[in-house]
Design a protein around this ligand. Structure first.
Ligand code: ARG
Length: 865
């Protein structure tokens, strides 16, 4: 839209009135001038431009000649100017552009009757033609609007009476801005209009208009896919996209569902199944509006992709109407949605007075989405001698385009401070026994809101027996000054004296000594890495070695680990094959780091982008989880649960193709009396989320045809702890079942990188397994340091990954499961396989994982994947 408007104006500037400087140069070297100059050369034989500048030659030819030349040049200039002006005037200045608006007007002087809901009724036709007349009258009263009006249609009425409409204008480009301004102010024009006696009883009380996207107008115009539904008291009404579930929705469609409830009621709408084209793959989407006008100011949500049914997709209207729009393009047809709605009484009050020593409160209809246009105030009062704090356990007030530091749209306000966006658990304290919490939502874009509790506390000891963060959160005493941020604001690590096992960063934090020089900026100011830098003219290799700077990217492995030859530039260069260069199928090598499936063809034969149907997650999620270790359904679609007939879940595994799994070698070692090496005792569950719900329709169960353990597996050291398993028949890939990508032998997972481990293993050392698939985010640890932490037990096929403070780790039952790395384009790679550990989640005892990249060739050789 913006481009459309600017473009002609910009051209106008170039041709018509070249401003000094750059534009003037443009003008002189532009088409008109040079074209004419050439013409002239052709016509006036023997006339050269150079001589014009040459005073001597000019003199020789006499004044007459000179005058002719000047006259001709001037004439040409004038002609080109004139032509330019005319072209601009007719082609651009007058070029009309289309402008669309929609909006609504509030009418007085008539009552709402049921027939107004039906756009085919004579009553509808009569009223809409009157309203249309009035609207056009309003337009006519503004010279920036009236002359450009082309078409208007009244699309519906609702109680109030509100009339919904759209209007189309055709306006010369240079007047479009004025039209926009006038339409934004059309309400004022209406007030100025002395409504003529055409409709003496009917009056337009107010009118609003907003720019509309053409899709929405197309949808209003297209009668082939329009539905009008009125909720029946005490009943749930269901509707679906056309063809659901037997056939996908139509392409190039614009469908509208007008949902209504009785006057004074509101609508609760829930999508129970939702599967449209992925947001990043196309242009199909569903929008829900809190109005019968499909305009951005009333858009509650835009949805695309697929959602698991467990995801809350409930939306509540603020009045008795709602509009659902499905817009699809030519490609990528999906099943669509199934939705239901019902009416309920409008919420009379929101908020209130809360008394006592503790209690809970939430945004309206939590965990459903709160309605638009809400203002709730909770006044909380705890006993006089106490103070009060509010803890938000779940907080989602996310709006597109709003930054959390400004909170210009929906927000929670406490003590004049505004909170919005997504926030992890947080606490707000009061130094009194009362606190007031305000919640505000504007007209557009809603979210699921918050769930909070209030608690009274003793002001002299807000966290009995525990440490109080500046934010009010209480944490275990032993976490105070342990070198790790446990308070959200780091206040537990401020003003600490470092112990002998810690060093002091320049910024004052104390950090464990073994983080020094590990290549990761742990201090935040990099001071833990500074002392170990190489001199300025040298390059620091990943293995710590310093080499002369000129040796970096010279095509030779001067470091010994290839790190001086990686990241040379991000475009792949074909180089001499080395141990660390990615080898394309045609045998040529490229220098780029991790070129596989990164969306750019780096090999001349494209082989780095072949077989990339892996590592993708198709279900939409609240990508903002953190905290709470339960996975979401479909979040780890390659995760497999391996059951042994006599004892249930025993190991994890990862799906790498429709037929093959990768797991840990040690899972298949016989242990009297169980013959774990026997494929027949194993069952693999794919698409599983909850161990107690294995008959769920998303789960596919397979037997194991063969188990191939790595021949070098050592059951004492756990070196080469890897196995591949062939399923007895292929699985069908779905949103819940997808293979993960395998990293090339050269794939780098640098120290400090965050990785995800998942499984149903024990949730604490010597504990019991989880029923819901668990996830944890852990960090890659430098191999040298790891070796010293784990008393030199590390081989090259192992890597340690964990959180050295302890508390987060894999454990018994997670073995064989995936350690996944999120790479470019959100694609996930299998960095490791859960192998062993010294206990679980102990401090300074990170988990050990099989380094999959090291055994990549063996996997390929055995499975062909
Ligand atoms: N060997 C264990 C199993 O069989 C996995 C141990 C992982 N331990 C750890 N602390 N990361 O399930």
């Amino acid at each position: 839209m913006k481009d459309y408007r600017l473009h002609p104006q910009e051209r106008k500037m170039n041709i018509y009135s070249p401003p000094p400087g750059a534009q003037a140069t443009d003008f002189e070297s532009g088409l008109y001038y040079s074209g004419k100059a050439q013409d002239m050369n052709g016509l006036e034989e023997g006339v050269q431009f150079l001589p014009v500048m040459n005073a001597k030659k000019l003199e020789k030819r006499g004044p007459k000649r000179w005058v002719v030349v000047v006259a001709v040049i001037s004439a040409c200039l004038l002609v080109s100017l004139l032509v330019g002006f005319l072209v601009w005037h007719f082609k651009y200045r007058n070029a009309s552009i289309q402008r669309l608006y929609n909006g609504h007007l509030r009418l007085t002087g008539t009552r709402f009757i049921d027939a107004f809901e039906n756009s085919n009724s004579p009553e509808f036709a009569a009223l809409s033609s009157k309203v249309k007349e009035m609207l056009i009258d309003i337009y006519k009263n503004d010279k920036n609007v009236g002359p450009f009006h082309k078409e208007t249609e009244i699309t519906g009425f609702s109680e109030g009476i509100i009339a919904y409409y759209w209007s189309e204008f055709s306006v010369p480009g240079y007047k479009a801005n004025n039209l926009d301004k006038a339409m934004a102010n059309i309400g004022a024009v209406n007030q100025a209009v002395t409504q003529k006696s055409r409709n003496p009883e009917l009056r337009v009380e107010s009118v609003v208009a907003f720019p509309s996207d053409p899709e929405a107008i197309k949808a209003s115009r297209d009668n082939s896919c329009r539905y009008a539904l009125h909720a029946k008291a005490g009943e749930v009404t269901r509707f679906t996209t056309p063809g659901f579930p037997n056939s996908p929705y139509p392409s190039n469609a614009n469908c509208l569902w007008v949902l209504r409830a009785d006057a004074d009621s509101i609508i609760s709408l829930t999508f129970t199944t939702f599967d449209v084209e992925p947001c990043n793959a196309g242009n199909d989407f569903v929008k829900v509006y809190d109005s019968l006008s499909p305009g951005e100011p009333h858009e509650l949500v835009k949805l695309c992709g697929s959602y698991d049914p467990s995801y809350n997709l409930t939306f509540v209207s603020s009045k008795n109407v709602m509009l659902v729009m499905l817009s699809t393009d030519a490609v990528g047809r999906h099943p669509g949605f199934k939705a239901e709605f019902f009416q309920m009484p409008k919420l009379k009050i929101c908020g209130g007075v809360l008394r006592g020593t503790s209690g809970v409160f939430t945004t309206p209809y939590y965990p459903g989405h709160y309605p638009a246009v809400m203002n709730c105030t909770w006044r909380i009062e705890v006993p006089k001698e106490k103070n009060v704090k509010v803890r938000f356990n779940d907080f989602y007030l996310v709006e597109p385009g709003v930054t959390v530091d400004r909170c210009t749209k929906d927000y929670v306000e406490i003590n004049k401070e505004k909170y919005c966006g997504w926030r992890e658990k947080f606490v707000v304290k009061s130094s009194m026994n009362t606190i007031t919490v305000n919640f505000h939502s504007d007209r557009s874009h809603v979210d699921t809101g918050f769930s909070a509790e209030f608690l009274s506390f003793d002001s002299t000891d807000p966290c009995p027996g525990r440490f109080t963060c500046s934010t009010g959160r209480c944490i275990e005493k032993k976490l105070h000054c342990d070198g790790w941020f446990d308070c959200p604001d780091g206040s537990d690590e401020r003003n600490c004296t470092c112990t002998e096992k810690q060093f002091r960063c320049n910024n004052g934090w104390c950090k464990p000594k073994f983080w020094l020089c590990d290549g990761v900026n742990d201090c935040g100011d990099n001071s833990d890495e500074l002392q170990c830098l190489c001199p300025e003219t040298q390059f620091k290799c990943n293995n710590g070695k310093c080499i002369p700077g000129v040796q970096k990217c010279n095509g030779k492995d001067d470091c010994g680990d290839g790190s001086d030859e990686r990241k040379c530039n991000n475009t792949a260069k074909t180089v001499h094959c080395q141990q660390y260069t990615y080898k394309c199928r045609n045998g040529l090598c490229v220098s780029k780091t991790n070129p596989e499936c990164d969306g750019t063809a780096d090999c001349s034969d494209n082989s780095d982008e072949d077989n990339c149907n892996c590592g993708r997650r198709f279900l939409s999620k609240k990508s903002r989880i953190v905290g709470g270790l339960n996975s979401e359904v479909g979040e780890w679609p390659w995760q497999v649960s391996l059951h042994v007939s006599s004892r249930g879940h025993t190991c994890g595994a990862s799906l790498i193709s429709e037929k093959w799994l990768v797991s840990a070698g040690h899972c298949f070692q016989d242990e009297n009396p169980i013959r774990y090496s026997d494929a027949k005792i194993w069952t693999a569950y794919m698409g599983l989320h909850d161990q107690s719900d294995r008959s769920n329709k998303n789960v596919q169960q397979r037997g194991i045809k063969q188990i191939i353990r790595h021949p070098s597996f050592n059951d004492f050291t756990f070196d080469y702890d890897l196995a591949v398993l062939e399923l007895d028949s292929p699985v069908t890939l779905t949103n819940y079942i997808q293979p993960i990508c395998l990293p090339d032998i050269t794939h780098e997972f640098p120290a400090g990188k965050y990785l995800w481990v998942t499984g149903w293993g024990a949730t604490q050392e010597a504990g019991t397994g989880a029923t819901i698939l668990q996830k944890a985010e852990i960090r890659m640890i430098n191999q040298t340091m790891c070796n010293s932490l784990l008393t030199n037990a590390m081989s090259e096929r192992m890597m340690c990954v964990g959180i050295l403070t302890g508390g987060i780790d894999a454990c018994q039952g997670d073995s064989g499961g995936p350690l996944a790395s999120i790479e470019d384009n959100d694609r996930m790679f299998l960095a490791g396989v859960v192998s062993w550990g010294d206990g679980c989640a102990r401090r300074n005892k990170p988990g050990v994982y099989t380094r999959v990249s090291q055994l990549r060739d063996w996997i390929k050789q055995k499975t062909g994947v």
